[in-house]
Design a protein around this ligand. Structure first.
Ligand code: ZN
Ligand code: ZN
Ligand code: FE
Length: 763
């Protein structure tokens, strides 16, 4: 007996395996359990902090095959970032078990994002014979809500809002059966034991009916507006083919023009309305299910008021069982817009929704699975066959990027399109889109998500990163903490967000075209040419300053930008601006002459606004970027001409003049040249002057890496024309893709920049 054990020990080995990455909440443990059985491995597995730990014994050959199999074919949703393997003193395990999760604060944590319902679950939901037929909360190890229902890590049912639902016998059996695809599925539930739907009208009366889903389909079909609670919050929903219902929704939501997103039944239906590339199809049908901005077909036949005057439409596919059940043959397109009233973030609690959305929705389709943090739908687009995130939300947040940064840095982000980023164990975690913090309720939500992420990741902030703007509300939070603060200039943060995404450390030329950002000279920047690394930058060029009148009002009223440009060039304002009343023009003229409430601006966003207003496209906007989007949408692609544009070198800072551009635009308007041609000439001008200056800088400073970032680059025509030309000239050009190019990516740039500053101090 003694001899036998000894020979086993020689023959068998014991290892401890630590696997990092997205390995929790994606069915990893049951997967490993089954592989262990296959390769005759004994020992145990558990979730520990954010990793998975496997203590295993087996023959050398089996262990090798077991590990290779896990690494090569992990579950569909898993992402293995790192594997650590070490030997241990042999212990004779007799079987393989899944052990209780361990809280372990020192290890790397991955917070799983919400995952769209998988095909297997959907098949059950639509199968009349299945016990989960029409069950709206069906999920498995491969799908279902995660981040939005997690209170703490490691991921287990008891730390999610599913904890209150005790599994019934059948569900429990699935959970414990290693051959079942719901083996250890923490969100497992069914009609009998899980969350349930409830329908109410806007007087808070419960609507009793036999089949809630059928009833809601009926209500949508007759033109009603329904607030529907989903994964990360409420949507406002109506029939996407009912023009009247859509305009009613617009009126009630006070959203006259901003495009609405639609949910379309399946990919073939989407192709009836929009162009879909292979990459776009992959994203639309994948497991994240964001809103994808697609080009409308020329014979686009859905109601005009979904996305008025837009070339693109925001489309997503259903991503919860409930969506699949609501979308049917005669109801194949749903308007799905964020369930919020103006000034408030998306509602995600039943009571708040009933309270705040009752002037918009006729009915409320709710459920009793609590949402821990609100997460909006993500918005993405495809550029040069690359997925570019426009708004980070459900499925993409929090994001986890291995940048090798030091621990406990907290970046507070900008004031608009906010996100926050935190660092731990070399990783940067970036939150979902948190909106415009100037609005009090958004700021409250910001504080809440900030606290939640700090707790979830167990970060103890030691360095706080802020924007330079002296009056951002984030400073209020910063002031409350007595730790080191680092301020990063807004456009430098844009630049670094892109550098860090592509792993660039060396000096680069940054072209940052943006709306508003506080500059180191106290002026408002936004048409910037920077040369710098992650830690430092020098401003080597910019759009020539103009004095803009009106502060925030100038952003909401593009005619103020055109008036300011006209005034600076001594053109009569009233001659070139139409449809603004005379008293307002007189007031602005006076204000400009006495510099009242004026600020010096080099913002490219304001120049686009000014041209849009001069062409009579938009004098007032109802959503951000509306004026420049209108300008981009009318471009005549066949026009190659441009306006004259000079670059002055003033003490080695290059300044792009706007005088000839404005003059050219005005002359063309007087000559009756079409708006589409003028827009094209304007775009061509900005594109060519940008390339010209970049090439000069590249020669002067001997730098080949060029970064294009900032919100104005959401203008695809501009981005593509500059990118293509600079590539042609032999430069290496980068623009954001995983990190939003707009302010939603700022906090990521802030963390990378602050880390570089701190590291630099130690050299
Ligand atoms: Zn599933
Ligand atoms: Zn059950
Ligand atoms: Fe910005």
């Amino acid at each position: 007996m003694w001899l036998k054990t000894d020979s086993i020990i020689k023959y068998r080995k014991r290892y401890i395996l630590k696997i990092y990455g997205i390995v929790q909440s994606v069915g990893f443990r049951p997967f490993v359990y089954n592989r262990a059985k296959k390769f005759k491995i004994t020992g145990w597995i558990n979730n520990s902090g954010g990793s998975v730990v496997i203590d295993l014994t087996g023959t050398k050959e089996n262990i090798k095959n077991f590990i290779l199999d896990i690494i090569k074919n992990p579950p569909a949703q898993a992402v293995i970032e790192k594997v650590e393997c070490s030997t241990l003193k042999y212990y004779d395990y007799h079987n393989f078990i899944i052990k209780e999760s361990l809280k372990n604060n020192s290890s790397v944590k991955f917070i799983p994002a919400d995952i769209a319902a998988c095909p297997k679950c959907i098949n059950e939901v639509i199968n009349k014979k299945d016990r989960r037929y029409k069950y709206a909360f069906t999920s498995c190890t491969q799908c279902g809500p995660r981040y939005s229902i997690i209170k703490s890590l490691p991921y287990d049912r008891k730390v999610t809002t599913m904890n209150r639902f005790k599994m019934c016998e059948s569900c429990e059996e699935e959970y414990n059966n290693n051959l079942n695809r719901r083996f250890h599925s923490e969100s497992n539930c069914c009609h009998e034991c899980g969350p349930s739907l409830m329908l109410m009208n806007n007087k808070r009366e419960i609507i009793n009916c036999e089949d809630i889903i059928e009833k809601v389909i009926f209500l949508i079909k007759i033109g009603k507006i329904i607030a529907i609670k989903g994964i990360g919050g409420f949507h406002l929903v109506c029939d996407g083919r009912n023009e009247k219902a859509i305009s009613e929704l617009r009126m009630r939501k006070k959203r006259p023009a901003k495009p609405l997103a639609v949910m379309i039944k399946d990919i073939n239906f989407i192709k009836k309305y929009c162009e879909v590339s292979k990459k776009e199809e992959e994203i639309l049908t994948g497991s994240k299910r964001p809103i994808v901005l697609l080009k409308k077909n020329t014979d686009f036949s859905l109601p005009h008021n979904i996305a008025p005057n837009q070339k693109k439409l925001g489309v997503m596919m259903p991503y919860t069982p409930l969506h699949y059940l609501l979308l049917e043959k005669e109801l194949d397109v749903l308007i799905m817009t964020s369930g919020n009233i103006s000034g408030r973030p998306m509602e995600y609690k039943n009571d708040d929704a009933l309270e705040n959305l009752n002037n918009i929705s006729d009915y409320f389709l709710m459920h009793n699975r609590e949402i821990v943090v609100p997460v909006d739908d993500s918005v993405v687009k495809v550029l040069n066959d690359k997925e570019c995130i426009v708004r980070r939300g459900r499925g993409y947040s929090p994001s986890t990027e291995n940048l090798g940064v030091r621990d406990n840095i907290l970046a507070l982000g900008p004031e608009q399109k906010n996100s926050i980023s935190l660092s731990k164990n070399g990783y940067v975690y970036t939150s979902q889109y948190l909106g415009d913090l100037k609005k009090l309720d958004y700021y409250e939500n910001y504080r809440y998500v900030l606290k939640h992420l700090i707790n979830l990741l167990d970060v103890k902030p030691q360095v706080l990163v802020q924007d330079m703007h002296p009056s951002y509300i984030t400073s209020e939070y910063a002031d409350s903490l007595n730790i080191r603060k680092i301020k990063i200039q807004h456009h430098h943060a844009h630049m670094v967000s892109c550098m860090a995404e592509y792993g660039i450390f060396n000096k680069a030329i940054g072209v940052i075209y943006d709306g508003t950002g506080f500059g180191t000279d106290g002026n408002i920047w936004g048409g910037e040419f920077l040369i710098g690394t992650r830690s430092h930058f020098k401003r080597v060029g910019h759009l020539k300053y103009v004095s803009i009148q009106g502060g925030d009002a100038a952003i909401r009223e593009p005619w103020r930008s055109s008036a300011s440009y006209l005034y600076s060039l001594n053109y009569p304002i009233e001659k070139f601006i139409n449809n603004v009343n005379r008293p307002s023009m007189d007031i602005i003229t006076q204000a400009l002459s006495s510099s009242l409430n004026c600020y010096k601006s080099s913002s490219m966003g304001r120049l686009f606004d000014a041209v849009s207003s001069l062409l009579g496209l938009r004098n007032y906007i109802t959503y951000e970027g509306e004026a420049s989007i209108a300008l981009e949408n009318i471009i005549d692609e066949d026009i190659n001409e441009s306006y004259i544009c000079n670059i002055d070198n003033i003490n080695n800072v290059f300044q792009i003049g706007y005088k000839d551009i404005i003059y050219g635009v005005i002359k063309d308007i007087e000559k009756g040249v079409s708006k589409s041609v003028i827009s094209a000439k304007f775009h061509n001008t900005i594109s060519s002057v940008t390339c010209e200056l970049v090439i000069r800088l590249s020669k002067l400073y001997k730098i080949k890496n060029v970064i294009l970032s900032g919100g104005v680059f959401q203008n695809e025509h501009l981005l593509k024309s500059i990118y293509d030309e600079l590539i042609l000239r032999g430069l290496s050009v980068f623009f954001n893709s995983k990190i939003p190019i707009n302010d939603n990516g700022i906090s990521f740039g802030q963390i990378a920049a602050a880390n570089a500053i701190v590291e630099g101090e130690e050299i």
